[in-house]
Design a binder for this molecule. Structure first.
Ligand code: NAD
Length: 415
């Protein structure tokens, strides 16, 4: 079997990680049970570019149970869990991923997934769809559907669709309510702080934390930082989101005003240079920087390198930069998404929801003839996912009476 992993001796440890993840992914296991019977992916070759974590491995097992053959690579050079990659390789999955792989390896591995000639793709950030469209267009004719996990990937897909460049249907899983309202909010909220803690072990209580971007992720990061006792500043460019942040009780200001105030900066914008090269000299001595947006473009690390007279790795996943003025700035996980670079990504429970979305989106795309554009899943599938998760958590809910149902669908009844 073809694979590229760091060390196959880690497989035993990886298997135990998968066992632990499965304990908390009851909703996805329910989907898997049905797939085992119905085999919706029989004959399908699924190419994946997703963070190779224990939760992703449970998604892979679910697709394999449904009859798919799978080839997987990472979607970020720092996010692979090497023990999980080894465990998957041992299960016979084509896996090409190593934590800390070079850029060259990253693209070599993406190409290996393309070499597998997928009939369906699953992306997180759109690098696989983008590679197929730009460099391997001969594969497109055999691809029935793609799915995309994250906000950044969906933004790229919208840009592709606008340019008329998207040549096969892709489902925006991020747009599921059961994805962005949970994974981005609760998942990124908790795991971003987990990553910063593992890299720095700072005390959040009493710190001033500047959250740049108040979308689904930023809202989660801001409220969790506040929960730890930090005073939170929000930097936003969207007036509605800025207003929400203000009414949620946070101080809102432009980045230039926040620079001299904050002890910790966390970017979650999905945008380039949210912390630009002009920022570092204006920060406090000892400021800590972390990014939890998808790509490592949010903090201008290249400019930080240029402005520094020295750099050293002071702790695991923490680099100390000494600026020419002598001021020090600390960068977590090289400016790559900190929750996966310096921690384990989102907790399994929240990924169970996201990956129910991936598994059911793939099934929907295989069963239906979708046209070559960006799609969202029907709301009924979102509701099914929420129900599966409620059941897994032992939570029961009521339902509308026939009278209420009727009332909500009529316009005649008023005061
Ligand atoms: N770390 C993770 O595990 C994880 C999980 C989910 C999403 N993400 C990624 O996090 C990023 C944010 O996702 P989201 O769902 O919150 O997106 P979103 O679109 O809901 O929110 C982003 C916010 O950033 C704001 N913004 C953009 N440029 C800005 C700038 N220069 N300064 C200040 N604010 C700016 C936007 O106005 C918007 O409100 C994306 O890259 C997404 O792919 C990461």
């Amino acid at each position: 079997m073809d694979y590229k992993v760091k060390d196959m001796k880690l497989a035993k440890e990886g298997k135990m990680q998968l066992e632990w993840a499965e304990q908390q992914m009851g909703a996805l296991l329910e989907v898997r049970k049905r797939f085992e019977k119905e085999k919706p992916f029989k004959g399908q070759r699924v190419g994946m570019a997703l963070h190779v974590t224990k939760e992703t491995a449970i998604l892979v097992r679910t697709l394999v149970a449904g009859g798919a053959e799978v080839a997987i690579t990472g979607c970020n050079p720092l996010s692979t869990q090497d023990d999980v990659a080894a465990a998957l390789a041992e299960e016979g999955v084509r896996v090409y991923a190593k934590k800390g792989e070079t850029n060259e390896e990253y693209y070599d591995y993406l190409n290996r997934v393309a070499d597998f000639k997928p009939t369906a793709t699953i992306d997180d950030g759109l690098d696989l769809v983008s590679l197929i469209h730009k460099e391997r267009p001969e594969l497109i004719k055999d691809i029935k559907v793609g799915t995309e996990e994250t906000t950044t990937g969906v933004i790229r897909l919208r840009a592709m669709a606008k340019d008329g460049a998207l040549k096969y249907p892709v489902i925006a899983v991020n747009d599921n309510k059961t994805k962005h309202l949970f994974d981005n909010y609760y998942g990124t909220g908790q795991s971003t702080l987990d990553g910063i803690l593992r890299a720095t072990n700072i005390l959040f209580a009493g710190k001033i934390v500047c959250v740049v971007g108040y979308g689904s992720c930023g809202k989660g990061v801001a409220i969790r930082s506040q929960g730890f006792g930090s005073s939170v500043i929000v930097v936003e460019v969207d007036p509605v989101r800025a207003l929400q942040a203000t009414m949620d009780g946070f101080r809102v200001m432009p980045i230039d005003e926040a620079l001299p105030l904050a002890d910790v900066f966390i970017t979650v914008t999905g945008n380039k240079h949210a912390i630009s090269g002009n920022s570092f000299a204006k920060m406090k001595d000892g400021a800590i920087l972390a990014n939890s947006g998808h790509f490592d473009v949010e903090i201008d690390v290249k400019s930080l390198e240029e402005q520094s007279k020295s750099k050293r790795r002071i702790r695991w996943q923490l680099d100390e930069y000494t600026l020419k003025s002598g001021k020090k700035v600390f960068l977590c996980a090289e400016g790559r998404l900190v929750n996966l670079g310096a921690a384990e990504g989102h907790p399994s429970t929240v990924m169970s929801l996201s990956f129910c979305g991936q598994a059911l989106a793939l099934e929907y795309g295989i069963k239906n003839d979708l046209d070559a554009r960006l799609h969202t899943l029907p709301a009924s599938i979102d509701d099914d996912i929420a129900r599966l998760q409620l059941t897994a958590m032992g939570v029961k809910i009521g339902s509308l009476t026939a009278e209420q149902e009727k009332y909500l669908n009529t316009w005649e009844e008023g005061t």
